[in-house]
Ligand binder design. Structure first.
Ligand code: ZN
Length: 179
């Protein structure tokens, strides 16, 4: 079960949805047992990610939790703009990957953006190391990505069609672990 709800590309959108139609976050089926009929079951809070001038005002983020009466387990879904594990927005990670794809060095990107050199180095190893897996899945869905050779050319091309959040949403739906 994908953890990211597609189409929610900003925190404002997330907050508005929580107030107007929180059930938009409700999975159709339980990710544990596959049965339908989940219902809302409180929430948890998560630190708002750093980066790109939004974090100061935000503080903490509300993530809804859902309960499955069939197997009595809970699950939750994140807005697409939020990386499941990293404390940075996808948009911030995209900026970094875009610069690295344009052959900028880790050191140069660290001077221009918020994440540290170490973090950017780790992201570079991730995006380069997962290239085969990411490109296999994304190329099967988006034929226009087909001709790029190497991870830098691939992602440069990919960002003309998709945001990193969308690309990661796609691969996650196909069962790939995303950070
Ligand atoms: Zn269940």
């Amino acid at each position: 079960m994908p953890r990211m709800l597609p189409g929610i590309e900003s925190l404002d959108h997330h907050q508005a949805l929580l107030e107007s139609t929180p059930d938009a976050y409700k999975p159709e089926r339980c990710p544990h047992c596959g049965k339908a009929g989940l219902h809302r079951h409180g929430h948890y809070e998560r630190n708002a990610p750093r980066g790109e001038g939004v974090s100061l005002a935000v503080g903490r983020l509300i993530i809804l939790r859902f309960f499955c009466p069939a197997c009595r387990r809970t699950c939750s879904r994140l807005p697409a703009c939020l990386s499941p594990w990293r404390q940075y927005w996808w948009a911030c990670q995209q900026t970094v990957v875009e610069r690295l794809s344009a052959e900028a060095s880790v050191r140069a990107v660290a001077r221009e953006t918020r994440p540290s050199r170490r973090t950017i180095g780790r992201w570079r190893r991730w995006i380069a190391g997962r290239f085969d897996e990411h490109s296999l899945h994304l190329r099967s869905r988006f034929a226009e990505l087909g001709r790029a050779v190497g991870w830098q050319a691939f992602w440069s091309r990919c960002f003309k069609t998709l945001r990193l959040s969308e690309a990661m949403g796609w691969v996650e739906r196909l069962g790939v672990a995303v950070p």
